[in-house]
Design a protein. Structure first.
Lengths: 429, 423
């Protein structure tokens, strides 16, 4: 039986997921806004400033002490890029009341704090505190610069930039240092207040409390007014006619290869499970084609894995390799995709990949916060079938869709971050 | 066979521990979940390099190489066998242990059978050992390129000198080229004996069936006493205070270590609990020090932890800082202040409450529970007693430990500055 979110107001929906498993509850509040670099820079910086203080808890110290005193209740703020949209998600998790030492109401106290983050952040003269803002800009810019410390992540970022320039897939916080530096407390406050006032809201709860109890908490502490839905626009993507190759150098002993492929199909809905299966056969299952061939059979790498991006219909295959093996690795990766496209998939490979996907899906229900994330992603896609229903659908997924995805995969960009350091530099402390 | 059952009313947890006649230990922790996780830990890690008595040597990298090859069995590649039954398997090698695990939502008992079989009956060929060398060489290079990892290893070397504990558990590219199937066999014979192993099964499992299955699998395994290994040859102290190098990093990164061991024995559970509370009081986001140093711009991001491995016991804090030496100086000043004044009672009690809450969170995950049970067991402790250990640490105990061990001569810092700064 599919579930139906409860409309709390126009543009504000609530989804209640009851589970008896676990010892904690999760409550997520998500806002959707259009994705662009300015919004991404603003939201990233605001999420850091919000954690610096609320009206009742005006600094990090008092917020953290409040959380600790409430048995380690945790509030985090995350965002997800979803094609043209950006979701800002407040994630609250707290221990269930029955484990409290003195019968305290952990849930209500935690939701009150969440409410302050959203409706009563710490402001001075109507805007975010200037010192907090400036300090968080420095921290965010340092975080942006530190991408180069992680070579595989840096290579994946560079490949996406080169391959998808001008498309949502290339919108990254790592491009936004200059925008971040220029943002003012007044602009950021206006941006955040507009988001809270106008952006569509989805609230998801997972835990063992009754729906009425949570709706009461929402009514008392999260009073969202009506707002309009945002219109979804179509993404324009480059159609690759030739493969583009880029090589850059880095101070590293290992080289990182990234191959970016364009994919077809409706990967968010109609071909959702086909894409899961394709990803599992190619790179995610424990015996995927890339693992068994590029690593195990040919010993060319320690890792060779896919980074799927269904919203933007691309997949990046990345591997840490010796630069001299680059062509051999590329050839082998292409061969594995070609094998899927031509149905050269054993029954074992198909069964293993499918059971990997099913197992990964079912086990989401074991962990309350995973369950909450799962249903949030469902609601954001506009899909209202339960995890159990999705599981039944997934079990019936044939090879045809995965084969079609592989057949339509087009190599767009090959990026090599070439290491230029001898691995055996000895040091003496 | 000895069976012990324990339940813990305050956390709503229970387990059964079975010690089989040949010394193999198995914890069974049923949970109302759809998945199940099983792990077998072998009390043999990368820093167990010299066998006591025989003086046979297994240089750093051997335990890790063996971990890669243990998945080869007479029935085929265990990764494939697990996958055929819908399980995802993995393994890791730490300084003091090697752990093999799988998780699944179906065919649990069949998968558990594969795990038990591979741990006692691995079967690798010369060809497959040769093939593995290319893969491990790439793994070594991947870690060598990770500045945080390098910084951590340098910190360990400052604390413990050049020894097995401060070496990359994967070994060096030169060493792994010399590894042979015969060496791995010899290592397995000494280190992979049932008395050095502990299994933990957590999730939707049936206790009786697990006991029967384990007992049956162990019937063919002789009670052979495993070898003992010399403790890592760590320096007796004091630590070297500072090491810095230049690397491809955007801003300076650091790892500050506080050596807490006596060099002879590992930490008691109560000492470990005290250190977790102390590190929270020093570096947690709710600490005065965190706010002071952050406002002064002395770090951009930090994380802390504490670790006990064999005869080593240390705490560390790592992160990004434009002025890592200034960070260390301020931390040392704060430590001096707390040494003189002690901790605030309200801060102390609140921190204990938060750690208790975090433990309740961690009990939700079968993986987290089983891995912790194995780690605590290898230190002769009980993970489920840890909340009680936290509760038992009073302010006086923590302050005494703090005054005794958090000494300036036990503190070191490893730094990697951006290579541009060198110019």
């Amino acid at each position: 039986m599919s579930f139906s979110p409860v409309p709390l107001n126009e543009g504000v929906k609530y989804t209640h997921i009851y589970t008896d498993r676990g010892k904690t509850d999760s409550l997520y509040v998500s806002f959707r806004i259009p994705l662009n670099e300015r919004n991404l820079a603003s939201i990233t910086l605001v999420s850091k400033i919000l954690l610096r203080g609320t009206k009742s808890f005006p600094n990090t110290l008092s917020i953290c002490r409040e959380c600790e005193d409430n048995y380690g209740a945790a509030i985090d703020i995350a965002f997800q890029k979803r094609g043209r949209e950006l979701a800002l998600v407040f994630m609250l998790s707290y221990m269930r009341n029955r484990f409290a030492f003195e019968g305290e109401d952990i849930a209500e106290r935690a939701v009150k704090l969440l409410s302050e983050f959203i409706f009563a952040p710490y402001l001075k003269d109507g805007a975010f505190d200037r010192d907090y803002t400036e300090r968080e800009k420095v921290a965010l810019c340092a975080q942006i610069a530190s991408l180069k410390n992680n070579k595989p992540a840096y290579a994946a970022y560079r490949a996406a930039q080169l391959m998808c320039a001008g498309e949502p897939a290339a919108v990254s916080i790592y491009n936004c240092a200059d925008i971040v530096r220029g943002l003012t407390p007044a602009e950021l406050t206006e941006f955040f207040e507009n988001t809270v006032k106008n952006a569509p809201v989805d609230i998801i709860y997972a835990g063992n409390a009754g729906q009425d109890r949570i709706l009461d908490l929402i009514k008392n502490h999260l009073p969202f007014m009506l707002r309009a839905e945002i219109k979804r626009s179509v993404i324009r993507r480059r159609t690759p006619d030739t493969v583009r190759a880029f090589t850059e150098e880095a101070d590293a002993s290992q080289s990182t290869l990234v191959m970016g492929f364009r994919l077809g199909g409706d990967l968010e809905r109609k071909h959702y499970n086909d894409f899961l299966l394709f990803g599992a056969i190619l790179s995610l299952s424990p015996v995927s084609k890339l693992f068994m061939n590029v690593r195990e059979k040919l010993s060319l790498c320690y890792y060779c894995s896919g980074i799927p991006d269904r919203h933007n219909k691309v997949i990046y295959i990345t591997a840490g390799i010796d630069a001299e093996n680059s062509e051999r690795v590329q050839k082998e990766i292409l061969k594995q995709i070609d094998d899927i496209a031509h149905r050269r998939i054993s029954e074992n490979e198909y069964n293993n990949a499918l059971s990997y996907c099913v197992s990964a899906l079912i086990s989401q229900s074991d962990d309350v916060s995973s369950l909450c994330s799962y249903y949030l992603s469902h609601v954001l896609r506009g899909v209202y079938s339960t995890l159990e229903e999705e599981c039944e659908k997934l079990k019936k997924t044939s090879l045809d869709g995965a084969v079609e995805i592989a057949a339509n995969a087009v190599l767009d960009t090959v990026y090599l971050l070439k290491g230029n350091v001898n691995a055996n530099n000895q040091k003496e402390l | 066979m000895q069976i012990t059952r324990k339940s813990f009313d305050n956390t709503d947890e229970k387990y059964t521990r079975v010690i089989f006649d040949n010394g193999f230990t198995c914890y069974i922790i049923p949970k109302d979940v759809v998945s199940a996780y099983a792990a077998i830990g072998v009390h043999f890690g990368s820093c167990d390099t010299v066998c006591a008595g025989t003086n046979e040597e297994f240089p750093v990298g051997t335990a890790h190489f063996l971990e890669h090859k243990m998945f080869q069995t007479k029935k085929g590649d265990a990764f494939e066998l697990f996958a055929n039954l819908g399980a995802g398997a993995n393994a890791y090698t730490a300084n003091d242990k090697t752990v093999y695990n799988f998780t699944c939502t179906e065919n649990f008992y069949e998968n558990y059978g594969i795990l038990l079989d591979m741990i006692f009956n691995a079967h690798y060929t010369k060809k497959s050992v040769e093939k593995e060398k290319g893969i491990i060489a790439q793994e070594i290079m991947m870690y060598a390129d990770n500045p945080r990892w390098r910084c951590h290893m340098n910190m360990l070397e400052l604390m413990y000198g050049k020894c097995a504990l401060s070496a990359d558990p994967c070994g060096s590219v030169e060493y792994i080229r010399t590894v042979t199937p015969e060496l791995l066999d010899k290592c397995r014979k000494i280190a992979y004996t049932p008395d050095r192993m502990v299994a933990c099964v957590c999730g939707c499992v049936d206790e009786v069936r697990i006991i029967e299955q384990t007992e049956k699998a162990l019937r063919s395994v002789k009670r052979s006493k495993g070898g003992t290994f010399l403790l890592p040859n760590i320096t007796s102290g004091p630590v070297k205070a500072r090491y810095a190098e230049y690397g491809d990093v955007a801003s300076p990164i650091f790892n500050m270590g506080i050596r807490l061991d006596s060099g002879k024995t590992s930490a008691e559970i109560k000492e470990f609990a005290a250190v977790e509370i102390i590190m929270n009081l020093l570096f947690g986001k709710s600490s005065d020090l965190y706010s002071e140093l952050y406002e002064k711009g002395l770090f951009e991001a930090i994380g802390d932890g504490c670790q006990t491995e064999r005869n080593a016991f240390y705490a560390n804090v790592s992160g990004v800082s434009m002025a890592p030496d200034g960070f260390k100086e301020s931390v040392c000043a704060k430590i001096k202040e707390y040494t003189e004044k002690g901790f605030e009672k309200t801060d102390f009690e609140r921190t204990k409450k938060a750690i208790y809450g975090d433990l309740i969170f961690s009990y939700e995950s079968p993986e987290s529970v089983a891995d912790s049970v194995i780690s605590f067991h290898m230190e002769n402790d009980d993970f489920f007693e840890y909340p009680a250990a936290i509760a038992s640490v009073d302010k006086e105990f923590a302050e005494n430990f703090f005054r005794e061990r958090f000494l300036p001569e036990n503190i070191c810092i490893s730094i990697i500055f951006p290579k541009e700064d060198q110019k």
